[in-house]
Design a protein around this ligand. Structure first.
Ligand SMILES: [Zn+2]
Length: 127
């Protein structure tokens, strides 16, 4: 990867980091606003759930963005953590904070889905 490409990814990641930090700093404001709306309980609950889900995702994403930035500093950016192969430029452009190549990611997704099925199956049987 060229210095120019690395600089580009660092700029993208730093912008994303700032955006996420701002969002997470505002989470208490969001919580207060949601609690003050008592008119529609169902909508309120859904909105709160959505806001909490967004914050959880933002928090996860922020740590991914931070470790990608650390990767740039260490000179390890764009290297898959699982197989230590270079992650394709196409994938990095789409998901600059990724820490695994497409093959490892797909393998992890398959494992994740299997684990999820294993959890959901007893519930289905119980119903
Ligand atoms: Zn890999």
């Amino acid at each position: 990867m060229t210095t120019k490409e690395l600089t580009h990814f660092r700029t993208v990641l730093e912008a994303r980091q700032t955006e996420l930090e701002t969002l997470l700093r505002n989470r208490e404001v969001i919580a207060v606003n949601l609690n003050s709306d008592m008119l529609d309980q169902i909508q309120h609950a859904q909105e709160r759930e959505m806001a909490i889900g967004n914050l959880e995702r933002a928090s996860t994403r922020l740590s991914e963005v931070r470790s990608a930035l650390q990767g740039i500093q260490r000179g390890a950016f764009g290297i898959c953590l699982d197989c230590e192969q270079e992650i394709s430029m196409k994938r990095l452009t789409a998901v600059p904070w990724t820490t695994s190549c497409l093959a490892c990611r797909e393998a992890a997704d398959r494992t994740g889905m299997l684990a999820q099925n294993a959890i959901e199956k007893p519930a289905l049987n119980a119903a």
